[in-house]
Design a protein around this ligand. Structure first.
Ligand code: ARG
Length: 586
């Protein structure tokens, strides 16, 4: 099962070898999209100099050697030496027939790799904000896609569940009571809980010792020491905080329909016992040195202002460990215990320096061998209409849950207006699918490292490059099949191509596998979005111009039904790789 490009490549390579000899059998034939044909071969231009032949002459020789009977209708040398190939309709139809009989729609199963993916990673007792929205959605889509390509994906939700703030958080939790309404804030408005603890701490710290503000700050500090020392009662309170936050994260995950579960939690606390060892090992290997009381790693190439070296601090002068130490233990674990072939980090773009320093240190220490590739999938900002980082009117970070509720409400009004004939329950289900799908699609359809403006109105629109527009294509195909009482999954009649719009659609369908492979290789879900949008447009043009149920003959009708069923399967599969549901009707 192969795509046109994959099928053509060896054929063109054989022709090149026939002209230039066996040494040239493996060269890249440089197949590119063409404006004038289905594909153009640029090999002659690429090789002319090397073999000392005018490119047009070389192109002509290659064309003479090409064996494309039944594959191409037209083979032409054009311009300075391009070779333009036009596929025959029968060839397209036969390739599509193979896709149709393949449950994977031509998507290959790749050699299995272990791929830990670090994504979502919110912080305990803090709000999940729009930044976490993106790493969650992009990471989940990559996890789904790589899994679909046959890899062993190991989701690693590196939650922030350790560190100095836990002293004040635990003390606050004890004061308000673990089952109090205040503690309940952790499930609905965690920032409010965090802020209350912070205020207590800051007030006590500023006040005179022994004054009315009490000794909250002193107790909070002592609590951190107890926590790090493994005091059992303290750990139990800490666990309570983490559990409440977990419930909150899980509510967001199930609303969003992301695949993360408790099994995937691998937070900072998990590495606590390793931090001392990481420091000792780096010091023993001479990679870390003490500077101003802190244990630091100085790496070549990392300098700040006036050429001063920037250190990676792994143990502070007070003996505490930080974010970098944890991430060193993390990469060690992912390579050593999870046997990673690639390690993906779906994290905000500003953390690039941090990650590079961690990886370089790990390489020096021998924890990150050259055949393991770490990748930072950089996440850009989500902006408000003022083009600044999305915030509430009062300037607070936006609560994710509120945003999602609003999206579903907006979708509800769209579907209420479009389909008053459906019952309320059905409309509510569709509204949820559209609203959440809209937010996810808007997020995934821009390159993960660029910014975008969060505009709910546009996101839930049924027209344009939106999630609902793609969902609608699926629903429309289903409705065609409902009209004639047929099952799309059972529709496999042979495809015959005569009209231009049929041909375009068929070609588009053949591209799916290559796009999925590219998403897995380049970590760019927006390519799949772009592809599905083009597929939707090709389908719309086909549907407007080529009657399906009123086709001139039964053979044509059956063929068009098969094309439509393939659009549905491709759309549903593609959307599922993005983590977007496909409503039955809209
Ligand atoms: N908890 C961090 C944050 O909210 C993200 C952690 C990302 N993962 C990592 N291995 N550093 O910004």
């Amino acid at each position: 099962m192969v795509s046109p490009l994959v099928a053509l490549t060896p054929k063109v390579q054989s022709a090149i070898a026939a002209v230039l000899g066996d040494d040239f059998r493996e060269v890249d034939p440089v197949l590119r999209p063409s404006q004038f044909a289905d594909v153009q071969v640029n090999a002659a231009l690429a090789l002319a100099k090397r073999v000392g032949m005018p490119p047009r002459d070389l192109a002509t020789k290659i064309v003479d050697a090409l064996e494309l009977d039944g594959v191409c209708d037209k083979v032409e040398v054009s311009g300075p030496g391009f070779i333009n190939l036009t596929y025959s309709n029968d060839w397209i139809a036969s390739l599509l027939g193979e896709v149709d009989t393949d449950s994977r729609l031509g998507v290959p199963v790749q050699e299995r790799e272990n791929i830990p993916i670090d994504y979502s990673a919110p912080n305990v007792a803090k709000e999940m904000h729009v930044g976490h929205l993106r790493t969650t959605i992009v990471g989940d889509s990559l996890a789904r896609t790589l899994e679909h390509l046959g890899h062993h994906v190991i989701r690693q939700n590196h939650i922030g569940d350790w560190g100095t703030p836990f002293g004040m958080l635990i003390e606050h939790l004890l004061e308000v009571g673990e089952d109090s309404e205040e503690a309940g804030l952790l499930l609905t408005d965690p920032n409010a809980f965090y802020q209350a603890a912070r205020v207590k701490f800051d007030t006590a710290e500023k006040a005179e010792p022994g004054g009315s503000a009490g000794d909250f700050d002193v107790r909070a500090r002592a609590r951190v020491v107890k926590l790090q020392g493994g005091d059992e009662a303290t750990l139990a309170h800490w666990q309570r905080l983490v559990d409440l936050s977990k419930a909150y994260f899980n509510k967001v995950y199930s609303t969003l329909g992301v695949t993360l579960t408790d099994e995937d939690l691998a937070g900072e606390s998990m590495y606590n016992d390793e931090l001392g060892k990481v420091c000792d090992e780096l010091e023993a290997k001479g990679i870390a040195t003490v500077s101003d009381g802190a244990l630091c790693v100085f790496l070549d190439g990392y300098t700040g202002r006036e050429g001063k070296p920037v250190p990676l601090i792994i143990r502070k002068s007070d003996g505490g460990y930080g974010y970098a130490t944890t991430d060193l233990a993390t990469i060690k674990y992912r390579v050593g215990e999870l046997h990673a072939h690639r390690v993906l980090y779906v994290i905000g773009a500003p953390q690039a320096l941090h990650l590079n320093m961690v990886w370089d240190t790990a390489r020096k220490a021998g924890w990150l061998p050259a055949d393991v590739t770490p990748v930072h999938i950089q996440i850009g900002n989500v902006l408000g209409e003022d083009r600044k980082i999305l915030k509430t009117r009062s300037g607070k970070p936006l609560r994710l849950m509120m945003l999602l509720d609003e999206a579903v409400e907006k979708a509800q009004s769209v579907i209420d207006e479009a389909r008053p004939d459906l019952d309320a329950e059905t409309r509510a289900t569709i509204a949820r699918q559209i609203g959440i799908g809209a937010v996810k699609y808007a997020d995934l359809s821009v390159a993960h490292d660029s910014e975008y403006v969060f505009d709910l109105e546009r996101m839930v629109s049924l027209t344009g490059n939106t999630g609902p527009y793609l969902q609608y294509v699926g629903a429309r195909v289903r409705s065609i099949f409902r009209q004639v009482g047929l099952e799309p999954a059972a529709q496999h009649a042979p495809v015959v191509l005569t009209e231009e719009h049929e041909r375009d659609l068929a070609k588009r369908l053949l591209d799916f596998a290559d796009v999925v492979v590219a998403v897995g290789a380049e970590y760019e879900p927006h390519r799949l979005c772009g592809y599905l949008f083009e597929l939707a447009q090709s389908f719309s043009a086909f549907y407007e111009n080529c009657p399906v149920l009123k086709a001139e003959t039964d053979e044509v009708k059956e063929s068009r039904l098969t094309l439509s069923a393939l659009v549905l399967r491709t759309m549903v599969t593609g959307l599922s790789l993005l983590g977007i549901e496909a409503p039955e009707r809209m």
